[in-house]
Design a protein around this ligand. Structure first.
Ligand code: GAR
Length: 355
């Protein structure tokens, strides 16, 4: 255990006992706190006001790197502890090495545990929630200060400005658009690289394409069997993965789950989707079948920004394809896919160039 400004978990656990006997309350929170900003200060002041002794558990340097990506933490564990201890409302700082805070919560058994507001009580991981409930620990979710985050601060400082721009592709299916995107990246046509593939389907073809191009492919548990839905915890995990990989643009390609807050705000204007129709015609499911059923002579694809509606965001590009007589949905889908593979990487390249 490093010395200096850090307390040991045993010291804090003993302090908790003393406080409990005096009818006073220990508040615990945790995080990386690797670049202290006013959002942290306000959050910690609010947390401290909930009880009588505020303990901040900070991730060790290795787990910050694992959670937030290369180049993090900006400050090492001793420096982070020193800065936090300089805040008058922080009483103790401890370090823990796991990705998750479950171990440190169990060891300290605080009276109150607080999290920042991109979490809801439901988005705490099940294991953490179960532990907190079992130990009768009060959970408080505190609101974060909009625009005051470490990633926002780093962006404003233009750290990594000259670095390669990074794209993540989210898909649930065969992954032909992801493949087109990775091919464009490999051939230098994207102006950035596909750095991450995420899917909600463990055996989706998109993972094979990821492997073929040597791009990390990760399966996200949607957390629910409800069609098209993601739990708050799943949304949080996606956001964590995107931020840990320093993703600039999120590309949806046949991702059959609804993407919503806080993901939309975190990547505002930087989440794209491709849809197999000339929007606003045929949003939602069965777009290709509906074009055939309606007897349309022209179909196509639309690349658009994602908003909170169903395929309603600003349209950035449309490509038309003919509907031939006798087309089956499969044949027309394949023609639309070809158009998508041409158009989608070009739109992503334009957006990356404008960042
Ligand atoms: C694409 O045709 C895309 O337009 C469609 O899923 C297919 C994915 O193919 N997206 C939607 O229907 C979204 N509403 P892929 O897995 O081969 O890229």
């Amino acid at each position: 255990m490093p010395q200096g400004y850090l307390s040991s978990i045993e010291e804090v656990a003993a302090a908790r006992e003393d406080l409990g006997r005096e009818g006073r309350k220990l508040v615990l929170t945790n995080g990386a706190f690797d670049l202290l900003h006013v959002g942290h200060v306000r959050y910690l002041r609010e947390a401290a006001a909930l009880g009588d002794c505020l303990v901040v558990a900070i991730n060790g340097d290795d787990s910050v790197r694992e959670l937030k990506g290369e180049g993090r933490p900006v400050n090492g564990v001793e420096d982070r502890a020193e800065m936090l201890c300089a805040l008058e409302f922080v009483d103790r700082v401890v370090v823990f090495e796991d990705r998750r805070a479950t171990g440190v919560i169990e060891a300290i058994q605080p009276h109150i545990y607080t999290k920042g507001g991109d979490y809801t009580a439901d988005s705490l991981i099940d294991e953490e929630k179960a532990l907190l409930d079992r130990l009768g620990i009060q959970i408080e979710i505190l609101s974060l200060v909009p625009g005051k985050s470490t990633s926002e601060t780093l962006k404003q400082m233009s750290v990594g400005k000259d670095a390669v721009k990074k794209v993540a592709v989210l898909g649930s299916g065969k992954g032909s658009n992801a493949e087109a995107m990775m091919r464009a990246s490999a051939e230098g046509r994207l102006g950035g690289e596909v750095a991450l593939i995420l899917t909600d389907v463990p055996d989706a073809g998109i993972l094979d394409h990821a492997e073929a191009f040597g791009v990390p492919g990760i399966v996200i548990d949607p957390g629910t069997t409800k069609k098209g839905r993601l739990t708050d915890a799943a949304i949080k995990e996606i956001l964590d993965r995107l931020q840990a990989a320093s993703i600039d643009i999120v590309v949806l390609a046949g991702f059959m789950r609804i993407v919503r807050e806080p993901l939309l705000s975190a990547f505002e204007g930087r989440i794209l989707n491709v849809h197999p129709s000339l929007l606003p015609k045929y949003p939602g499911l069965r777009a290709v079948e509906r074009a055939i059923e309606a007897g349309d002579s022209v179909a196509g694809c639309s690349v658009h920004l994602i908003d909170s509606g169903m395929d309603t965001g600003e349209i950035l590009r449309q490509e038309e394809v003919p509907v031939e007589s006798g087309d089956t949905p499969e044949v027309l889908q394949a023609r639309i896919n070809d158009a998508e593979h041409r158009a989608y990487p070009e739109v992503v390249a334009e957006l990356l160039a404008a960042l």
